[in-house]
Design a protein around this ligand. Sequence first.
Ligand SMILES: Nc1ncnc2c1ncn2[C@@H]1O[C@H](COP(=O)(O)OP(=O)(O)OP(=O)(O)O)[C@@H](O)[C@H]1O
Length: 268
Amino acid sequence: MVVKRRAGAGCLDGMTRTDLGPAAVRLRRVTRHYDSGFGSGSGGVTALDDVSLSFPAGSFTAVMGPSGSGKSTLLQCAAALDRPTSGSVSIGGTPLEGLSQTRLTRLRRERIGFVFQSFNLLPSLTAAQNVALPLRLAGRAPARAEIRQALGRVGLAERAGHRPGELSGGQQQRVALARALITRPQVLFGDEPTGALDSATSRDVLRLLRELVDVEGQTVVMVTHDPVAASYADRVVFLVDGRVSGELQEPTAEQVSARMTRLETVPC
Ligand SMILES: Nc1ncnc2c1ncn2[C@@H]1O[C@H](COP(=O)(O)OP(=O)(O)OP(=O)(O)O)[C@@H](O)[C@H]1O
């Protein structure tokens, strides 16, 4: 598989470089506050604090930060799975605020793909049936060739009839990727997509993500704790206490690791 970086795919911090190209996803001054559950005035948690970020179309971004820094919350707000307390999010130029639940659900189905650490495949369905699910949920009867092509994209055309229990972890994650990509989403989000895989299998999945960006122009945004995984991205955005604390372009694993060590040891 060819591993090739896109020239110029990059990143915006605080929307200072919006001229790089159209944003697949844009967050403007996003704050997400969780109430404590004990009524007003009792504090709660500010998981995201005035975050402005843009994910340019056709780029691969890794999001890193210490535990509790807001990575998953950022992903959920950016993927329209959660609503910010304030600020705005737009996907493919469509602002999410004010959209009804029905329209949000449709937008998520049509424009967003999601892969998780735990694959989330249905164990009783074959790989092909799992991949077909998003289309069935959207009311479409998927053509067999379409499913085969989606599995072919992740190198699993020959495994269409296998159930998840008959596949390795890496193969299961590739089925999950095919399922996430079957609707041709504008953005693919990954919440630690390689977190449950051994390092050799992780590399295969990361090379596949890289290839999707380089060859097909897919936009990928991935939360990870692994500096090696982050080094496959065009840039790494670092969060600390719900705020963007900086970013690295064309990162190496060593640079990411050094930055993370600093963030985890130096009080901000
Ligand atoms: N549903 C919720 N209700 C209350 N607080 C929440 C909720 N979800 C997240 N938080 C809090 O928001 C903060 C950010 O959480 P988040 O899960 O986004 O962090 P994270 O960087 O993804 O953490 P980790 O690396 O440990 O998964 C944490 O303090 C967390 O406890």
